[in-house]
Write a protein that binds this ligand. Structure first.
Ligand SMILES: NC(=O)c1ccc[n+]([C@@H]2O[C@H](COP(=O)([O-])OP(=O)(O)OC[C@H]3O[C@@H](n4cnc5c(N)ncnc54)[C@H](OP(=O)(O)O)[C@@H]3O)[C@@H](O)[C@H]2O)c1
Length: 234
């Protein structure tokens, strides 16, 4: 019997993957042996970002860079890490490239900064949350999951284990489970089933509080949920 861990069949495409959040996730997943595609509006920028991840992780990493639409077409696990103000336009533009049956993991946080306000204030979204807005904009057979809002991109981009829980919300239990498995590949992260997609509203708003705490105390705040049985953190 072979002891070599098999390569995952499905690559993870990170749309808007050249920013700190996308790069941090790409780095951690590449280190964990996942196949990662970094998406960008600009193919060259994506390829440069992929090279940087490859250099950081080493030759074992399987990372490539593509223009966002090509990245969507090449993967069925999509992670969206664009600023909230460009979330809707990005999804509308990419819709034809997103395959039915794909999973879209939305990490965008609606902050008042998107309309000239403070980054420490949440922005109201008509649909309830950025993730619910995303669910309205993707093709019908695409499952939307909300996750990774409360993780510091700066810490993700480093080498140390994180001290943070990731609350995962979705109306599709299988997509949520897959997302929790991906979260668990980040050292120090405990994934938690956060229930339905509508709960993303609360999880997204926590980020505004964390940003306020970071400004006040000069840190990289995360969250830990205590008091649940071990089975909750899977
Ligand atoms: N930073 C954090 O600690 C953190 C943590 C959790 C969640 N988040 C959320 O994750 C998302 C990304 O955060 P970030 O700090 O990485 O953001 P960012 O650097 O501002 O943006 C990420 C990428 O989005 C693309 N982008 C920028 N403007 C765009 C536009 N108008 N249309 C389409 N694409 C555009 C850019 O890639 P290209 O120019 O290469 O296309 C950029 O590198 C945000 O919604 C944020 O709220 C952030």
């Amino acid at each position: 019997m072979s002891t070599t861990p098999s390569r995952p069949l499905r690559p993870i495409a990170i749309i808007g993957g050249t920013g700190p959040a996308g790069m941090g996730l790409a780095l951690r997943w590449a280190r964990a042996g996942e196949t990662v595609i970094i998406g960008s509006r600009d193919r060259e920028r994506a390829q440069k970002a992929a090279q940087a991840i490859q250099q950081a992780v080493g030759t074992d990493a399987t990372v490539s860079g593509m223009e966002n639409a090509a990245a969507c077409a090449a993967a069925d696990i999509l992670v969206l890490t664009v600023p909230f103000e460009s979330q809707a336009s990005t999804l509308k533009q990419l819709k034809p490239a997103i395959g039915e049956g794909s999973i879209l993991i939305d990490a965008t946080v609606p902050l008042a900064a998107a309309v000239g306000g403070r980054p420490s204030r949440p922005l109201g979204v008509w649909q309830g949350s950025a993730a619910q807005q995303a669910a309205e904009l993707v093709p019908k057979e695409v499952s939307v999951v909300a996750a990774f809002h409360n993780v510091s991109a700066e810490l993700l981009g480093g080498d140390d284990p994180l001290d943070c829980d990731v609350i995962v919300c979705s109306d599709d239990p299988d997509a949520a489970q897959l997302t929790r498995e991906l979260a668990a590949k980040i050292p120090g992260v405990r994934p938690i089933d956060g229930g339905k997609l509508e709960n993303a509203r609360i999880v997204e708003q926590i980020t505004a509080l964390l940003i306020g705490l970071n400004i006040r105390h000069k840190g990289h705040a995360g969250i830990r949920i205590t008091g649940l049985p071990p089975a909750a953190y899977k």
